[in-house]
Design a protein around this ligand. Structure first.
Ligand code: ATP
Length: 323
């Protein structure tokens, strides 16, 4: 490879900038020309591609969001769209790609690479941490720490007023943010998509707490929990515990923003560096991940959403520590 492109695609995640910086600077170090592709695959299709220099990525390692912007691109789902994208890359002489995104973005890269024989390397960037082949995804640590900070603040006001709080955190398919932030803030209950929650048990546990006047309670709910997220849970709790002052707080998009944590910057830097090395070594269609502190290369087609197996032990710990 001599000219590479880098893009961020799908949902944004704090730390993507640190990864872009690592790709650009490693590429330049090895004598490659590096191009930034704007708005994910959209920039590839619409030829919104800019040359990147070492200075283009100055002062971004600490910034949330992504300077390359991100998008979901319908055209790239069609062969014609991908053909257009390929023509644009070919005109510029780009012969390798680094894609920072989630499993959907990897699927796109895999299809594209098979059609046009352009090596693509994926870097897992998603706050959900639900990708097979890696212990870390860029953005999770920042998102979960934002959730922890916010829930701590909610606890202060809950305590002042003796309130029960239902707190919804992000996670449509994955409960990692809910599980980790719930444990770290001492939540009484944690509801996640990976496990069926017995709502009657939840209600009776809260009723029992009401009887013994434990009035400050926090229930952390992942947005994709089976019962229907924070709204539904709050409605049920209000109905069944009419004398408890129950409030709902949906943390929402604040979990995506903000300056990335040290851990997210570290893994982004390491993965960005490693992705360029992969291209130089002639690897094709792999995602770079970190497993047991070693770089791990997983075929893009295998780097799919992974459902976590949440051990019964964690749920037992939650129960014991919140009693
Ligand atoms: P997140 O899970 O954080 O939303 P993601 O990378 O999974 O991130 P998606 O919206 O699923 O986000 O995918 C991003 C883009 O990748 C899509 O908008 C589309 O352009 C492209 N893409 C996804 N699947 C395919 C596919 N099968 N073929 C071609 N392109 C695809």
């Amino acid at each position: 490879v001599t000219k590479i492109g880098v893009l961020t695609s799908g949902g944004d995640a704090p730390g993507m900038n640190a990864a872009v910086r690592a790709v650009v600077r490693t590429g330049i170090y090895y004598g490659l020309e590096v191009y930034g592709i704007m708005r994910g695959y959209t920039g590839m299709v619409e030829n919104d591609i800019i040359p990147m220099h070492s200075r283009s990525v100055a002062n971004i390692i600490q910034r949330g969001g992504t300077i390359l912007k991100t998008a979901r691109c319908k055209e790239f789902l069609q062969k014609e769209g991908r053909q257009k994208a390929y023509n644009n890359l070919k005109d510029l002489g780009i012969d390798g790609l680094v894609i920072i995104g989630g499993d959907g973005s990897f699927r796109g890269a895999d299809v594209f690479s098979r059609e046009f024989d352009i090596p693509c390397i994926g870097i897992p960037g998603t706050i959900d941490k639900d990708i097979a082949g890696t212990d870390f995804t860029i953005g999770f640590d920042t998102a979960v720490n934002t959730a922890v900070e916010s829930i701590d603040k909610i606890r202060d006001t809950a305590d002042a007023h003796d309130r029960l709080f239902i707190i919804e955190v992000m996670g449509r398919d994955a409960g990692y943010i809910a599980l980790h932030s719930g444990i770290a803030t001492g939540a009484e209950h944690i509801l996640i998509p990976e496990r069926k929650t017995d709502m009657e048990e939840l209600i009776s546990s809260l009723q029992e707490k009401e009887r013994r006047k434990k009035l400050v309670n926090m229930v952390v709910v992942a947005e994709g929990d089976e019962f229907g997220g924070g709204d539904q849970v709050a409605a049920l709790v209000k109905e069944r515990l009419p004398n408890v002052d129950t409030r709902l707080c949906i943390l929402g998009h604040i979990q995506r923003g903000g300056s990335p944590t040290c851990l997210d910057r570290l893994i982004a830097s390491r993965m960005g560096y490693s992705a360029v090395e992969c291209l130089l070594e002639g690897r094709h269609n792999v995602m770079v991940g970190i497993l047991n502190n070693r770089m791990q290369y997983t075929l893009l087609e295998k780097a799919v959403k992974s459902k976590q197996k949440i051990s019964d032990e964690w749920m037992k710990i939650v129960k014991i520590l919140a009693s």
